[in-house]
Design a protein around this ligand. Structure first.
Ligand code: UDP
Length: 161
């Protein structure tokens, strides 16, 4: 069966490659190339990205940070990762837009299921950052939410490669 629309969840850690933290260029390049192949086959690709390679609210709280603030930091981390994936997709001549719960001018547009679907139908990869937009949730919940919102045929989860 050929899928028309998929939602790919990439954990933050999956972007580290063999590094101990941060974003590994070659690893992002690998994911971006895979996404490009899917797009070339005519599949609409939405991507939800985690932030665990940069910050997790729970871990921050265990070290003394306020959990709510830490979760907001974690959500911002997902947007940094989204920007990395967007940058490499664009290098590969794949059009990609970043969305997040709140607009960041020049970086990401405010998310809505309608805009996400329009973006996919226009041939862009829609990178859905910021998780659900709420503290106390994870990007896995965000991926499930966005998958039903965009009516994805398939939800795929990539953890560490
Ligand atoms: N986060 C949040 N609400 C969400 C999604 C994420 O508060 O809806 C925060 C939370 O602190 C989480 C961090 O962002 O630890 C990074 O997301 P996650 O841990 O899901 O990333 P992954 O494990 O996929 O790298």
């Amino acid at each position: 069966m050929k899928y028309k629309r998929i939602l790919l969840k990439l954990s933050g850690e999956s972007l580290m490659g063999n590094d101990n933290y941060g974003i590994n260029y070659q690893t992002v390049y690998h994911f971006a190339s895979e996404i490009k192949s899917a797009v070339e086959m005519g599949v609409q690709v939405g991507v939800v990205i985690g932030g665990g390679n940069i910050f997790r609210g729970v871990q921050g709280a265990s070290k003394g940070f306020d959990r709510r603030q830490g979760d907001q930091m974690g959500m911002l981390a997902t947007i940094i990762n989204a920007m990395a994936v967007q940058a490499v997709l664009e290098e590969l001549d794949v059009k990609a837009k970043v969305f997040s719960a709140e607009e960041i001018e020049g970086v990401s547009e405010k998310i809505s299921w309608r805009k996400s679907v329009e973006t996919l139908e226009a041939g862009y990869v829609a990178i859905l950052g910021g998780g659900t937009g709420n503290p106390f949730f994870t990007t896995d919940s965000g991926a499930a939410l966005r998958a039903v919102e965009i009516k994805a045929d398939l939800l795929l989860k990539g953890t560490r490669v």
